[in-house]
Design a protein. Sequence first.
Lengths: 115, 116
Amino acid sequence: NAGVTQTPKFQVLKTGQSMTLQCAQDMNHEYMSWYRQDPGMGLRLIHYSVGAGITDQGEVPNGYNVSRSTTEDFPLRLLSAAPSQTSVYFCASSYEAPGDNEKLFFGSGTQLSVL
Amino acid sequence: DAKTTQPTSMDCAEGRAANLPCNHSTISGNEYVYWYRQIHSQGPQYIIHGLKNNETNEMASLIITEDRKSSTLILPHATLRDTAVYYCIVRVSPNAGGTSYGKLTFGQGTILTVHP
């Protein structure tokens, strides 16, 4: 099992550019989520999904879009990148919603810099 | 916002037990306590979780007080590789609209430094 796979590992964007961070899991997990982590801060939830076709906002959703067309994939889209979106992004998944006796599996992260 | 309170940092000598405290005084009866850790620049790693009873696995032990308002993560024989940020997490209870469903909020965590 590959677990949770994030691509790319590193990305540099110019302000206003768009891109998609990819996240895939091969564990048949229903729940997937995106976090961002800024220096010296904890992880903040951006968006999450409790199953294919269902998404919802987390703490810091502005500037990000998500969709969940398959169980395996949960891409995060930046439509118009801003320097404030410079961060490390983590994708996570679990079989059911975390907190209900389920643990999260995290990917290795994507380090994004917006110039 | 996080419902837990942890010390900002702690030190531990290699080979000794590391005891990391966490306060969660507003925890609800059906909310689990989770512990994760994050080694520098890596994705967070699940350690252990529990509801009421004490739990133990190959990584650590979790002691939850009887009133469930606090807990302690115990690494029985800390090694240098246990140096990391440790997060104590309680799930945000769903509100009336259900929009908090499935959320885990990570606070600042405790920076544990294991020294030789």
